[in-house]
Design a protein around this ligand. Sequence first.
Ligand code: BGC
Length: 815
Amino acid sequence: MSHHPINIDELVDSLTLAEQVSLLAGRNIWETEPIERVGIPSMRVSDGPVGARGTDFNGPASVNTPCGTSLAATFDPALVLEVGHLLGKETRAKGARVLLAPTVNLHRTPIGGRNFECMSEDPYLTAETAVAYVNGLQAEGVAACIKHYVGNDTEFERNTIDSRIDEKTLREMYLVPFEAAVEDAHVQSVMTSYNRVNGTWAADEKRLLADVLRGEWGFDGLVMSDWFGLNSMKEGIEAGCDLEMPGPTRHRGQALVDAVERGEVSRSDVRTAARSVLALLNKVGAFADGGPGPETTRDNPEDRALVRRAGAAGMVLLKNEGNVLPIVSAPARPNVLIVGPNAAKGENRGGGSAHVNATHLVHPLPALTERFTAMGVNVLHTAGCAINKRLPELDLALCGEVRLDLFTEPADALSPTATPHTSKAITTSRFMWFGDPATGSTQPPEFGARLSTTFTPDIDGTWQFGVSSVGDATILIDGETVLSNIDVVVGGGFFGLGKAEKIVALHLQAGRAYDIVVTLLRPRTDMSVSGLHVGVQRPVVGDPIEEAAALAGQADLAIVIVGTNDDWESEGWDRDTIDLPGRQNELIERIALATEHVVVVVNAGSPVAMPWLDQVSAVVMAWFPGQELGDSLADLLFGDVEPSGRLPVTFPKRLEDTPAFEHHPGRNGVADYAERRLIGYRWYDTVGREPLFPFGFGLGYANIEVTNALVRSLYSIDVTLTNDSDRDGFQVVQVYAHRLHREGVRADEPDQKLVGFAKVAVAAGATVTAPVRLDARGYREWNETTNDWNTIPGRVQLRVGLSSRDIRATLEVTP
Ligand code: BGC
């Protein structure tokens, strides 16, 4: 069958009703159902936006590319296209044909838990970034599955929340990236979101799926539900949600066959959905594959080089007083302090389903140390403070062998005599599993786990032990139960499916070996995610900030690497604030008092507050730049690479200043998008609120000015740039449209919106004229009376600038 062109209509019509229905849900977590009788293979899909993980959190490693905000910050679709190609190859290396990416929900509030995966607060920048991503990916014979359609812009109550978004706001903001990906990149699949949209489950939203996506935009690909995000039998099929994921089915299968036979669901709706599944298999070559391939790791120098380049290209230089950067020579006292919780262990990717195990990981401390050492500079280092949200993992240096025993019968984990199904030595106390880790089955699991080791404290004092888990866990020390989380309700960690951490404090003696046993009883549910995190916090002795400040006194330059990690920015919950976690603000302030030059590097996926901004010389926003983060950062700080990233999101001074502050997280199950179109710079610029740093802002080491701008056509302008410095550099020119005819506009009409941008290289001393392409959808508005698009009436001012707040020239056009 694989060698002949396949006639999808004939194939689908050759199937029985039950066979057609079987195609409409996964066979397991990641794969579609095969039908051997007619040679239909199974096809594998894989998460996610920053790498192709494959079927297992513990499976073969994957190249980890920069996160969504980092990619958008490059303002460089050509570079994103290259990243897309790499992800396409990675997807195939995992034997998969669909990558569950990109994530294109908008940053409605800076505290959205998955903002790091998403790209921007601006629909056009998101759309341009997503189109490039999808084009690169799909050119490798892999389908993108763009997500989450639509209204999953925060994680609060995401499985039930009703996102109430008026039509004009939906059309002009939240739908735009999806529309562009369909029309401009022919994206081959779409994932519906968990939430409801104006009352209806996204997976059942016939108007958005059938009328808008397929009807208006001409989408001819596959729609799949988010994992466990389908809540209906009849409505989902009728709306056009083709594939229920994961499997085994909860809503379809025999129940759907029966419903069709009773005449409650139409046969033709089933056929249409089955046809979509087969058509996608055909498009991506799954028939020729004959089934999911083996999962392998590909890792080569070009991939690493691309990730390193892309990671650096997204970094944004926010402040550079006295040109402290780039670091070109050794300071007078040849000491530099590299401090901060993210220095030795930076965050490359963020948490949740974006998680991949990188093929290669370069943290900031070693990469920077190598450069400084080559310059003859001595590096001092201490963490300064901790930012772990849960207690840190078990310190292996204090443990004997750590074993993990897995049992197919949960209660066996409690029995000292039961024989485990598998038993192995391990090097981590943090586990996340899909499916059954004991048997390897990809069906929803039921198992028991037992972690055991001897633990010998190196100091006397109060040690804290903590556990968070999916299922019930206990900690036994020397045979005695010291903690059980049976009473903890679900709603913490592990996508929100686990129990929040429970902690016990115990006085332990140095040098004594304690037997530690942690048991986990994981009952069967229909969810396939499981997890266990065992944490241990040593007694706190002294003040780590004092220690860091003392070291700072010996150095003229301190590089403070602060940020968040994959527990703070993850899936299933939002952040509570934009403050840096822990004592990081205090750390920066103390270092600034003790050292002359302080460079702060923020390693986070979305904005943080910077109350110390005036006290430091330089600030670099590094995002989660992917697996080569240390080298990407070194390239930027030492000037091998010109800072060319620009902010894809506004940095607010305070959370209270942000557009959705009064409406997020919503109440009584409803997230009212009452700020309507005024999110991001649209809000700050329209209401006249001062941001900390505006959208589109970013410095270079070179100085490049806009010296001329002229209109070529409605869709193209020419901008002349002059580099009056002695460094080659880049400038990111941005064009914002401001409608001059404002009579009768709705109160949430933004002052301006991004309609074009270009990243232009300008050599030292040179003048360059470059075209800036403008958004083909830039002059339309959604008309609430006709329920259709119309062209903006009157004249439109085009503002040419270097951020939403730094306009250098204005032009006018009549669309
Ligand atoms: C996420 C999706 C992801 C899926 C599979 C869900 O929890 O929302 O983005 O692709 O899981 O891991």
